[in-house]
Design a protein around this ligand. Structure first.
Ligand code: MSP
Length: 505
């Protein structure tokens, strides 16, 4: 029976169009999903849009349309962007779908029946941008610490989730499962928040109508975060298909930005515990992608859109940058110049030239077919250590090192060509030695196409074809497919045109 593997991105608010900050998380989740599929896992990769709440209601009003019309239009923008970037999500959830309202209703009822929801009055300072209440001390100059905009004083009768009851259970859970929050620094942050003491939080609103009604009191709609978090359960059949839910739950990975760690690592596990479900296995919080040292603002200034970069760098060039050139964890700075430099160095030069050189030599010296001979030289070990390093890096969600390992193999193959000089071997008339060197390089290219495929699926599939291999890298199964010797002799090669044309600025 194949192993289930469930990975999620946050569901994105539809008040904004997709920018490279959103793409950064989604491409990372996609690479992880593709990697696990190579291992033969039964992968469920979920992304989607978060469509309820005051923020969306106001965005719709400002644009003179209904909230649903607004959400339909914006949600489609996200779906189109992910299609453009070859994101291989298995489902796309929208919180306005009937399956989701049903699941939220079911989830709320469970928590209510468990006695963890109580009626109370709330007065607080609310930031609509965050859809969160803030304490006086959290504010910066009286404004929201994230958005820098004024908060609103709100008083309402609300239902409260008794989060304060879960302190001990959460601490016990994280003591028993230190791996549940990554990276480690984020785990300490969350432990700090819990140890300071948790306050109950309000989970319903009467002031707005754009949301999921509470099953036992339909004057209230569910607070958007309560509604949103349940999406991870909805998509795998919560309240509808228990067998499917049990197969995929608890989620293997929730990938989130550091700004929404508290909701995922404190609220969400407590909500799940109350509803009688297990907390997620891992919540991984990454940093912000900055432009010119600042977080891309929601207002549009400084935002960079995926389609603009794709038109210049191609889909693979885009994906490669956000996986290999940006670290997943700390904050990163986006720079166009750095992206061009790395594209030219890694994709046009190292990857592209290696493929070009090897295929050209094979056409000239080996009649354009995969030779029988192998030198079984230094690339045998290089392949094994690349595969090992990539595996270790993927376990830490260190995508930069995972693909860095593949580029080490590319450099090793280029160095092997320089050292063994097949052109000189050919000139000296040693056809066997020439073919053996080329055989090793072709074999290395096969493994490179395979292991680079979660980052650059298009170029990998094309290289696979040029190597005379049938199917695509996605049909392969690790670990066997990474073994030395998978390339069959006699297959017809195709030298093709450069896979990554250089970009001149
Ligand atoms: N709707 C909530 C999430 C609910 S999940 C149950 C939300 N949406 S969001 O659209 O505002 O943000 C979604 C994700 O995008 C967050 O993880 C956030 O960190 C990420 N990013 C938004 N801008 C970003 C950057 N500039 N850089 C990296 N990630 C950023 O929060």
């Amino acid at each position: 029976m194949t192993r289930p593997f469930y990975v999620t991105t946050p569901i994105y608010y539809v008040n904004d169009v997709p920018h490279i900050g959103h793409a950064y998380t989604t491409v990372a989740a996609d690479a992880l999903a593709r990697w696990r599929r190579l291992w033969g896992d039964d992968v469920m990769f979920l992304t989607g849009t978060d469509e309820h709440g005051l923020k969306i209601q106001r965005a719709a009003e400002a644009n003179g349309v209904t909230p649903l019309e607004w959400a339909d239009c914006m949600s489609a923008r996200f779906a189109e962007t992910w299609a453009l970037l070859d994101i291989s999500n298995d489902d796309f959830i929208r919180t306005t779908e009937p399956r989701h309202s049903r699941a939220v209703g079911e989830f709320l009822q469970r928590v209510y029946d468990a006695g963890d929801i109580e009626l109370g009055t709330y007065e607080g300072l609310y930031c609509v941008g965050c859809e969160l209440y803030y304490a006086e001390d959290d504010l910066v100059g009286g404004n929201c610490p994230i958005h820098g905009t004024p908060v609103e004083r709100v008083t309402e009768e609300n239902y409260f989730f008794k989060l304060s009851r879960f302190e001990d259970r959460l601490l016990a859970h994280y003591t028993e499962h230190p791996e549940a929050i990554e990276p480690a620094g984020k785990r300490s942050e969350v432990l700090g928040i819990i140890k300071q003491g948790l306050r109950d939080f309000s989970i319903s609103r009467t002031s707005i109508s754009w949301g999921v009604p509470l099953p036992w009191d339909t004057n209230h709609v569910a607070y958007v975060w309560f509604d949103a978090l349940v999406n991870y359960c909805t998509a795998i059949g919560y309240g509808n298909d228990r067998a499917r839910f049990d197969r995929f739950w608890p989620a293997d990975y929730h990938l989130v930005g550091k700004d929404i760690l508290r909701q995922h690592a404190v609220y969400w596990p407590a909500m799940l515990m109350s509803a009688g479900e297990a907390p997620p296995k891992h919540v991984f919080a990454h940093g912000f992608l900055m432009v010119g040292g600042e977080k891309m603002s929601k207002s549009g200034a400084g935002q960079i859109y995926p389609a603009d970069l794709v038109s210049e760098f191609g889909v693979d060039g885009f994906r490669y940058h956000f996986l290999a050139d940006q670290r997943f964890g700390p904050d990163g700075d986006f720079s166009y110049e750095a992206m061009v430099a790395r594209y030219n160095a890694d994709l046009a030069n190292n990857f592209g030239n290696l493929a070009n050189r090897v295929l050209n030599m094979a056409v000239t010296y080996c009649d354009g077919v995969v030779p029988d001979e192998r030198a079984d030289g230094p690339l045998v070990d290089a392949v094994a250590s690349t595969f090992g390093a990539q595996q270790t890096a993927f376990e830490r969600l260190d995508f930069a090192s995972a693909f860095g390992a593949v580029w080490d193999l590319i450099r090793a193959a280029n160095a092997f060509i320089e050292d063994s000089k097949p052109w000189a071997l050919h000139k000296s008339g040693d056809a066997t030695a020439t073919a053996a060197v080329i055989g090793d390089c072709l074999e290395a290219l096969r493994v490179i196409a395979l292991l680079a495929s979660p980052a650059i699926p298009r170029a990998s599939a094309e290289l696979w074809r040029r190597l005379g291999l049938s199917g695509a890298p996605t049909d392969q199964r690790l670990p066997d497919a990474a073994n030395w010797g998978g390339l069959a002799a006699g297959a017809k090669l195709d030298k093709g045109t450069p896979l990554f044309p250089r970009i001149d600025t």
